[in-house]
Design a protein around this ligand. Structure first.
Ligand code: LLP
Length: 415
């Protein structure tokens, strides 16, 4: 459920009129809803009930400081994948003791930063990373808390680019090699084994792969504990899908229930790392129709947002709903909604039935996750402004980038 709806024929975010936001702040414009973000985070937290748990929001989905600060105030943990994300969480007031650090390529500098900060746990993805982390911790005379991300080799039935739990993927430690990796971790003087972790992919709409992955993880927990290496938490990763079109992903409580049924006799703390399910439907991207171009083959609605602002349609052929901000009368036609970027792959939606006129505003729905965070400056396009709505108030939480900012840091050598 989200808080974007029409009121008197105008699209609103909570009680804020989106056309007015577009007039005030221009387009393209990301608009987020506080009530939606909080509702989604709370749904996960409540689903885990009284079992010891921590919801670690996956920062990569939407890393705006205002979004992170909202979640930090709810008591959220954070799943980070870079030093940059760590800095953002700290800046937003996140609790270091609730941060887990995932990712296959942590650098020495990132490890040092995380150790200094005192994060909750490193989700280690290879034995080489274990060795490096042990060295870095030793150099600094500290102990690094670790959990090993195991790759359970289950098919998440999702887009191949966002499937991560198959043995051919680069992520995690092969399930068959994990027992040895745990021995290596336990024998490493400057590592403290805390947990076990898996993440099998994103935009999952079925429960079965999550359950299969948990079963493999639990089997492994038995093995490693029988080797004398106890773990105190199990991190189930993120990946719960959202409804973009006609998908029927389970609600957080329906996703958690079968998992907790398997964990009823287990007193270990459960961590989860949802990103998309918290942020996607809490945001829209507002754009304005610049030109309508009707050709023998296609009708193109050329809008002012492009693949650099919202990459998902171009990269994954992802379908996101596109709705008029102020619906009006007229004949509907089928439009390819495309951006100004010089690539054929630059589209936001194809073959969409819409009644359009030049100057109309459209909202791309479900753009709160992997929207702004994947935006770039391709074609030297400044990135959009971001607005956070709270009830009847709207806050600019990121100003529109200026063209000057684009070449800040560049210089012309005196050749
Ligand atoms: N934990 C780990 C270790 C991850 O790699 C990810 C996402 C998450 C948690 C959060 O997954 P979520 O709950 O959001 O599904 N750019 C793609 C999605 C890439 C997801 C990468 N990892 C997209 O726009 O669909």
């Amino acid at each position: 459920m989200d808080y974007f709806d029409y009121s008197n024929g105008r699209l609103c975010a909570e009680q804020v009129d989106i056309p007015t936001l577009a007039d005030q702040y221009g387009t393209p414009l990301y608009v987020y809803s506080r009530a939606t973000l909080e509702r989604h985070w709370n749904a996960f937290d409540e689903a885990l009930g009284s079992h010891p748990h921590l919801v670690c929001y996956a920062v990569k989905a939407n890393s705006n400081l205002a979004v992170l600060a909202l979640l930090a105030r709810l008591g959220s943990g954070f799943d980070i994948v870079s030093g940059g994300e760590l800095a953002r969480v700290l800046k937003a007031g996140g609790d270091p003791a609730r941060i887990v650090f995932s990712g296959v390529g942590k650098t020495v500098a990132e490890m040092e930063m995380a150790l200094e900060t005192g994060i909750r746990c490193f989700n280690v993805e290879s034995t080489a990373e274990l060795a490096r982390l042990n060295d870095v911790a030793a150099t600094h005379g500290v102990y690094a808390p670790v959990s090993l991300r195991v790759n359970p080799d289950v098919d998440a039935h999702t887009h191949p680019y966002i499937s991560t739990g198959l043995k051919e993927n680069k992520f995690g430690i092969e399930v068959n090699a994990a027992r040895d990796a745990y021995r290596q971790a336990a024998d490493s003087k400057h590592l403290d084994v805390h947990g076990i972790d898996c993440h099998i992919g994103s935009q999952l709409t079925e429960i079965a792969p999550f359950v299969d992955a948990l079963d493999r993880v639990l089997e492994l927990v038995d093995h490693i504990e029988s080797d004398g290496i106890p773990v105190s938490h199990i991190d189930l990763g993120g990946g719960l899908g959202v409804r973009y079109r006609d998908e029927h992903p389970p609600l957080p409580e329906d996703y958690v229930r079968p998992l907790m049924a398997r964990l009823s006799n287990c007193d270990k703390e459960i961590l989860i790392e949802p990103g998309r399910a918290i942020a996607a439907n809490a945001g829209v991207l507002v754009t304005e129709v610049q030109y309508l171009k009707e050709t023998a083959e296609h009708n193109f609605a050329i809008v002012d947002a492009a693949m650099n602002d919202l990459l998902r349609p171009a990269l994954y052929q992802a379908w996101q709903d596109i709705v008029p901000v102020i619906p009006h009368d007229g004949a509907a036609k089928h439009w390819d909604v495309v951006g100004p970027v010089c690539e054929t792959g630059d589209f936001l939606g194809k073959d969409r039935e819409l009644t359009l006129a030049q100057g109309d505003r459209l909202a791309v729905r479900s753009a709160g996750a992997y929207g702004f965070t994947m935006a770039s400056n391709y074609n030297s396009r400044p990135r959009p402004a971001e607005i956070l709505v709270d009830g009847d108030k709207a806050y600019v939480v990121r100003q529109r980038e200026t063209v000057d900012r684009l070449f800040e840091g560049e210089s012309i050598p005196d050749l």
